[in-house]
Design a protein around this ligand. Structure first.
Ligand code: AMP
Length: 107
């Protein structure tokens, strides 16, 4: 079982920001910005390559709720999903990184 499925099953503790039946948002254990939240679907999907439009559309609404709840929505934030080897994806369970709470370096 992947590490994010263990978080979903509560086998590993996480600091959750928001959770519903289908998604969880929790604080990244190794934050790269003042606010760094990981957002995942509860269904195990390996990467953005495999996500369906239906799940992506529900996830969009959930991410927007997280951005509001975490206080980054008005000043802006960055949303990243790493895909595969060249994208630097370490955990093979699709996730979005929401980074904010400060001015981020341009990429
Ligand atoms: P990626 O490199 O895109 O696969 O990102 C994986 C992210 O998961 C990294 O930013 C890690 O710091 C984060 N991470 C790994 N394990 C945990 C955990 N147990 N709790 C919270 N974040 C985690």
């Amino acid at each position: 079982m992947c590490i994010f499925c263990k978080i979903i099953n509560k086998d590993i503790a996480s600091n959750n920001i928001l959770e519903n039946d289908n998604f969880i948002a929790f604080e990244d254990i190794n934050p790269q910005a003042k606010i760094h939240i990981v957002i995942i679907p509860k269904v195990h999907i390996e990467s953005f390559n495999d996500i369906t439009p239906n799940i992506m559309s529900e996830m969009t609404i959930f991410i927007q709720e997280v951005s509001l709840m975490s206080g980054v929505k008005s000043d802006g934030y960055r949303l990243i999903t790493n895909i595969g080897k060249n994208g630097g994806q370490e955990v093979k369970h699709i996730h979005f990184h929401l980074l904010g709470g400060e001015k981020l370096e341009s990429i």
